[in-house]
Ligand binder design. Structure first.
Ligand SMILES: *Cc1c(COP(=O)(O)O)cnc(C)c1O
Length: 399
């Protein structure tokens, strides 16, 4: 099928939940993507921080091919070697002691919400159930996850929302202090907010949040679905801060492109779940976990974190130079290769210009250009991207 035929077929039969761009990617390799017309792109979206090792990383492809030929799925009625090994790897490289596997970020957060409520009810009684989250946060699209998400645009039209959530401005410790009440059981935050515009938590803020949680008997949940797994130059974003959460949620990059999510918790917290309390049919199946194992081993031991920190620093410097050239670039922010450039004008036009020139980026919050390239990109890739971006910004600025 050609591009037009694919778009027509999709528009006719697929539910219209996405505002799609007229681009049909058909093949990928590293940071490169090709569309149905054979055109090449430099991919600085990476499936929204999913393809952190680049497209079709050989180690992930091999693991998926071999595992698919041996055993794709069995039930969690049985023990699964790949699941146990992936849990071990995640525990060894985090502050947590146990893992639960699911299939997406929203499900990982659902699991965290359920665990936090169960733990608090067991330990403190039935009235402790409320979870405080941040404005501009994003936690996924299930009913509980949109309710946890502190942005009305994701909630409107889906009421009634489940009770037990409260929102505070991000990076405002006093607001959090005031919001904590007798019903509060947990605080859930992204150390770096992704969809909300690439907002980095201040070190004093996260340290203060931990202290407030400890003083009030609250669990601290870090949603690292986007900022985790190497994206910021450390394996987990919280490791920049020296502040340990009680629960961590993961997904996006976990399977190297294959769908898998996880919820990690410290032993004492994890113990609140008894057999039968939570489950997922597909969660932790052999194929997803084989992909996850390959992707995480490469992330941890393939020089990926070092490359991300180095090239991320280089990229940020280049973006800051661009910001110095154009008055309508308001701010450059982010950590590692989760970077954002806030404009004083809508960003969609810039992203479209970039695409015409062969660079894929996307825009969040209307006016923040977000950059989530593969963590394996080179300085030359950055130079090419920044050249294209410079031209695109110049054109939009001239209009
Ligand atoms: C993408 C994202 C989610 C939701 O993940 P899905 O796999 O789409 O359900 C949750 N939290 C954060 C921080 C995300 O970026």
């Amino acid at each position: 099928m050609n591009t037009e035929e694919i778009i027509k077929l999709s528009d006719q039969y697929v539910m219209h939940t996405y505002g799609r761009i007229d681009l049909v990617p058909v093949r990928g390799e590293g940071a490169r993507l090709w569309d149905a017309g054979g055109r090449e792109y430099l991919d600085f979206v990476s499936g929204i921080a999913v393809n952190s090792l680049g497209h079709c990383h050989p180690a992930v492809v091999r693991a998926v091919q071999e595992q698919a030929a041996r055993l794709i799925h069995v039930s969690n009625l049985y023990y699964i070697e790949q699941q146990a090994r992936l849990a071990e790897l995640l525990v060894q490289h985090s502050c947590c002691d146990r893992a639960f596997f699911c299939n997406s970020g929203a499900e990982a957060n659902e699991s965290a919400i359920k665990l936090a409520r169960k733990y608090a009810k067991k330990r403190y009684g039935p009235e402790k159930f409320e979870i405080i989250t941040a404005e501009q946060s994003f936690h996924g699209r299930t009913l509980a996850a949109i309710t946890a998400t502190g942005q009305p645009k994701y909630q409107q039209g889906f009421e009634p929302l489940p009770p037990g959530f409260k929102y505070v401005p991000f990076n405002d410790l006093d607001a959090l202090r005031r919001a904590i009440g007798p019903n509060t059981c947990a605080v859930m935050l992204e150390p770096v907010q992704g969809e909300g515009g690439v907002n980095v938590a201040a070190p004093e803020y996260l340290a203060g949040v931990r202290e407030l949680c400890d003083q009030n008997g609250l669990l601290l949940i870090f949603d690292e679905v986007q900022c985790g797994l190497g994206r910021t130059g450390r394996f987990l974003a919280y490791q920049h801060y020296g502040v340990e959460p009680d629960i961590i949620t993961l997904a996006k990059a976990l399977g190297g492109g294959f769908p898998i999510g996880a919820m990690l918790a410290k032993e004492e917290v994890a113990a609140a779940f008894a057999p039968g309390d939570h489950a997922s049919t597909f969660g932790g199946n052999p194929l997803a976990c084989a992909a996850g194992l390959a992707a995480m081993q490469e992330t941890l031991h393939g020089g990926v974190l070092e490359n991300c920190a180095r090239v991320g620093g280089y990229f940020k410097q280049k973006l800051l130079e661009l910001a110095g050239k154009y008055s309508f670039v308001k701010e450059v922010r982010g950590l590692g290769l989760l970077l954002g450039m806030e404009l004083a004008v809508p960003g969609a036009g810039v992203a479209a210009r970039c695409r015409e020139q062969g660079l894929l980026i996307n825009c969040v919050n209307n006016n923040v250009l977000r950059f989530t390239p593969p963590l394996v990109i080179t300085e030359q890739d950055v130079d090419r991207a920044v050249g294209i971006l410079d031209n695109a910004i110049k054109v939009v600025g001239d209009q």
